[in-house]
Design a protein around this ligand. Structure first.
Ligand SMILES: [Zn+2]
Length: 439
């Protein structure tokens, strides 16, 4: 196998800087990856796409009764705007935002400590509440991590313009609000919800020797989130597919291989969605997507989530036993770029080396190079190369095209919840314009 842990970790070290969606850092990382491909003799292109980059002008949370104090917060992108003076009302703690949590929510400001899932957001909006406070972090975080609240944007269905302003606070401050017995609170959010930015994918191609018209696409997102260097999530995935690429440079594949480093995964799988849209006409040639989201962590365990026929999950389980590579497998959707491929009907899967609680952390300053281990990393790459070779060079593609019924239903359900089943007319118009320009 032509894989090398030292080469990979040297690239990883250089890649371990802030690569937030739509920022110059993300573009710099794209250029680094492209340069690495070209150095290895594989042509690569950077493909730009538009993303939502709402601009927060002001976010303020002030307790007004029983005493006056300010709570550190950041505005939630695309949530909405308050009047200049803000909205003022009683605080209602709604835990996970179930229906029973939302009785008497009208005219109040909601404190949500659970996940802001689309169905929870919808319930909150319909409740007649004035706005909401979401939470981030852990009450066990040290003092210096409390100001490091991760930015987030709401995902709106196309054409939906409900105004329901929200902010994020640290979990420690959520506990503080509850212990204080807050009676009244004022929320101010001012933002430009419609501001757009540009993000980038890097796409490298190795032409197949026997079946060049059939494509196997490897993917890994290379963007990171605020306050971390994203060494593990997903610098490691980025160098994993880079090593797989090195292997296939020396061992020419029968089918064509695409290596897709996706931007803006962290803000809603935007890079992979853009790739699938921009390469729409080629999607039926894409036989399989092998995605990698996090490998190489010292304390960890291997897993493969297959968004495709169960034969793949069973085969990986079988192979793991043959090779002495412990790995759990299942058929499901995974919150990473493989989902974008599955959504357009391309069988997909994600490999990940995850960590038990306390082993390593993502999405904070704790995601660092030092929790990683080159030996654990290379074991995963070795297994992935063996598995990939079978698919890439198979006489007949062993991955069934048809996705299992339950999986399709799950995809449809999420799409409906996110409004992805409705056509985004503005976007379609733009795409048509672009096509016309190219002609
Ligand atoms: Zn990730």
């Amino acid at each position: 196998m032509n894989i090398c842990k030292d080469r990979a970790f040297e690239v990883l070290k250089r890649l371990s800087f802030s690569r937030i969606a739509g920022t110059p850092g993300e573009l710099e990382a794209a250029e680094l990856l492209k340069a690495e491909c070209e150095k290895a003799g594989v042509p690569a292109v950077i493909e730009a796409f538009e993303i939502d980059m709402p601009e927060i002008h002001e976010a303020k949370l002030t307790v007004t009764k029983p005493e006056v104090c300010e709570i550190r917060c950041i505005g939630i992108g695309k949530s909405g705007n308050t009047p200049d003076e803000g909205v003022t009302g009683p605080l209602l703690y709604i835990e996970d935002g179930l229906e029973a949590n939302l009785i008497d929510a009208k005219g109040k400001i909601l404190l949500l400590t659970g996940m802001a899932k689309p169905e929870v957001l919808e319930r909150m909006r319909k409740s007649g509440a004035l706005g909401y406070i979401a939470c981030h972090g852990s009450i066990y975080d040290p003092e210096e991590m409390i100001p490091e609240i991760r930015t987030r944007n709401e995902r709106r269905k196309p054409g939906e313009d409900a105004n329901f302003p929200g902010v994020v606070i640290h979990m420690t401050d959520a506990a503080k609000l509850l212990n204080m017995g807050v009676e009244e609170i004022t929320l101010v959010v001012k933002q430009d919800c419609d501001k757009k930015g540009t993000s980038h994918n890097v796409v490298a191609t190795i032409e197949g020797t026997e079946k060049p018209e059939e494509i196997i696409a490897f993917s890994a997102h290379f963007d990171s989130v605020i306050y971390g260097t994203g060494a593990w999530d997903n610098g490691t995935g980025s160098i994993t597919i880079m090593e797989i690429m090195h292997h296939f440079i020396k061992n020419p594949p029968k089918r064509t291989l695409k290596f897709v480093w996706c931007g803006s995964e962290e803000i809603g799988l935007c890079g992979s969605k853009a790739y699938c849209e921009d390469h729409k006409d080629e999607m039926d040639k894409h036989l399989f997507n092998i995605n990698v989201d996090m490998t190489g962590v010292l304390i960890g365990y291997e897993t493969a989530v297959c968004s495709c026929d169960e034969v793949v999950a069973k085969h990986i389980d079988f192979m793991g036993k043959v090779e002495g590579f412990p790995i759990t497998t299942k058929v499901d959707m995974y919150p990473s770029d493989s989902s974008s491929f599955a959504r357009v009907g391309v069988p997909a899967m994600t490999f990940a080396r995850l960590a038990p609680k306390g082993g390593a952390e993502i999405h904070s300053r704790r995601d660092i190079f030092e929790v990683l281990d080159a030996t654990a990393f290379i074991k995963t790459v070795e297994f992935m190369v063996k598995f990939s070779e079978q698919v890439v060079n198979a006489r007949v593609c062993p991955v069934p095209r048809e996705l299992p019924k339950e999986l399709k239903e799950k995809i449809e359900k999420t799409a409906k919840m996110m409004g992805l089943d409705k056509k985004d007319e503005k976007k379609e118009e733009k795409a048509d314009e672009k096509k016309a320009e190219n002609k």
